[in-house]
Design a protein around this ligand. Structure first.
Ligand code: ZN
Length: 127
């Protein structure tokens, strides 16, 4: 599934290539899922920090993974996407086909209502 940010989302996180030093901006929900450096292709980028205050309600892939321990997130994934858990980090559709965890993350991040529910779960755990 290609990544599709919501209209209100902004790329706010700086990443840098440890091999060539190339820097660029990504969306928070892409953190943890970035491919090799687009400039040199030699290495995966490292997160350098956020340049803009997080105005949106996006969460990174890493945070999403930690939230999988929350029954409420499993309920959301089931109701919103029609997926059921195979084990801690694997989901399948109604036909029993496994759906990559990255796709689950991006699907939830691609809908404002679902994105907000994931964000609220994250904030309720952070307290
Ligand atoms: Zn590079």
């Amino acid at each position: 599934m290609p990544f599709q940010p919501l209209p209100g989302d902004q790329p706010s996180c700086t990443v840098a290539c440890p091999a060539c030093g190339h820097r660029w901006l990504v969306y928070e929900q892409q953190l943890g899922l970035l491919g090799p450096c687009p400039a040199c292709g030699a290495a995966h980028p490292r997160y350098m920090g956020s340049v803009a205050p997080g105005g949106g309600r996006q969460v990174s892939f890493g945070i999403f993974r930690t939230l999988l321990a929350e029954p409420r997130l499993l309920t959301l994934i089931g109701q919103a996407l029609g997926l059921y858990p195979l084990d801690a980090e694997r989901f399948a559709d109604a036909q029993g086909r496994e759906v990559p965890l990255e796709d689950v993350h991006y699907a939830l991040q691609g809908d404002a209502g679902w994105q907000g529910q994931v964000y609220n779960l994250h904030m309720s755990r952070a307290r």
